[in-house]
Design a protein around this ligand. Sequence first.
Ligand code: ARG
Length: 589
Amino acid sequence: MASVTSLSDSVQQHLASALSAALPEAADADPLLRRSDRADYQANGILALAKKAKANPRELATRVVSGIVTGEVIADVEVSGPGFLNITVADRAITENLAARYTDDTGRLGVPYAAHPGTTVIDYAQPNVAKEMHVGHLRSAVIGDAMVRLLEFTGENVVRRHHIGDWGTQFGMLIQYLDEHPHELDHKESEVSGEEAMSNLDRLYKTARRLFDSDEEFKTRARRRVVDLQAGDPKTLAIWQKFVDESKIYFFSVFDKLDMEVRDPDIVGESGYNDMLAETCRLLEESGVAVRSEGALCVFFDDIKGPEGNPVPLIVQKSDGGYGYAATDLSAIRDRVFNLKASTLLYVVDARQALHFRMVFETARRAGWLNDDVTAVQLAFGTVLGKDGKPFKTREGETVKLENLLDEAVERATAVVREKAGKVGLTEDEIVENGRYVGVGAVKYADLSTSAVRDYKFDLDQMVSLNGDTSVYLQYAYARIQSILRKAGEARPAAHPELALAPAERALGLHLDQFAETVLEVAAAREPHKMAAYLYQLASLLTSFYDQCPVLKADSPAQVENRLFLVDLTARTLHEGMALLGIRTPGKL
Ligand code: ARG
């Protein structure tokens, strides 16, 4: 068995057929069915439909009600207020539906694939070579990784692209310096940690910079190097490669700390499009999309103006012949559309680059590279702020080293885990492993649980708190279920559709059934924070369920089994949902 029709879909179908019988012109109308506190579901759409048909809403609602077949799925339906429908689902239907999810042997909890999957090329986790990663790079990585997982789960073909900044004028200076001081990056690769790699690069960058600023002749030699680099001079490229390799050691160590898979072949940096740049410019100029202005190749937009009202162009090629960020991105679009056959281009990039992408996408549309079948979207994210509400920096005003930040999160989380470790009987190894998953999970969850475009405060105390909307809270909910399952002894989880359900069981069950819709909506709307919200609510409903419904001490053996089944399905749903966000759920915590 594979995909399971959710209860809300079944209810919707019943409702739709009763509605079109009562009001034929409303055959395709949306009855606006929602989960509700008053009943299991409420349909609010009749009002507007009645208005449109110039009918009395309560009367129409009453006619719809009389047309609804109650029984297997819908236990009860009544009109409320001016013409709302309150719908109650049969207990048996809830349990049977959940049982179908539980036994889905594809391991997908009955979640269907998206109706029309395509190919998404996702641009995320794009740090810059020879530079320290900052919290913005963390956001792109965390949100991008969640999007990859969510989209793949819905059946989308996902191609990952890490558009690292590995090209440009600053490399002239670095390469020239390293050529003149050839042994500064020499080491046996296996011995270098990410931190060392970064501090090597950092030191080299600073000394090269000092020389560049103080020594005119070095400056001239450095400038010449940029030209050599862009022309593909082999010796220059070989030195450049050293920087890229050293930087990758550092990047991989950060991604590894983040418990995130970044694959080398998916790293296609700015340099990867070098061969396409001239052609991209030629195509844009020949088609008239770009024009020469003061020697530079520019694209103009009616609605994009500077402070003085003068047009701000997208510069594709500078007047000195050099290519910048825009030319690279436009070439990457051509590659992604024509070679990778993308139907969607997704860019997980800082909101402060929104204007750049607006101009790049519009240019690509004018050139015909993007159209109704191939769309490009920026999944823009906001700034990470410190506790003081200002962009996150160290007290000295420097960017915070990502590795230190992650280490600190893990350290705090390990302390939290250790405090409870005695009760659960964790070994030292387990404490260390869980500390890592809780710490990294805390950082990821904090990032993912607010809408991406919003800024958020980086507050480790809050992130590892056991109460509130945190990953630790969800991880404990999962572990608590595992502990109950271990204590269950002979009793095994089993669904008993014949049992009446308590209110807390119904609430938990109906929410569990909505996992499928949530996944599909979250993936399509690219809103991972809604998955976080779903999971947090799931954990909260589980807590109310525990308060009201004993599991191992339930009234009858059948009820024990049914409640074990409910909590086990909750655990699996938590596990899957967290995994889609890139967060682990340790079995013992
Ligand atoms: N490397 C850039 C930065 O650090 C992000 C790259 C975003 N991707 C792109 N295709 N432009 O800001």
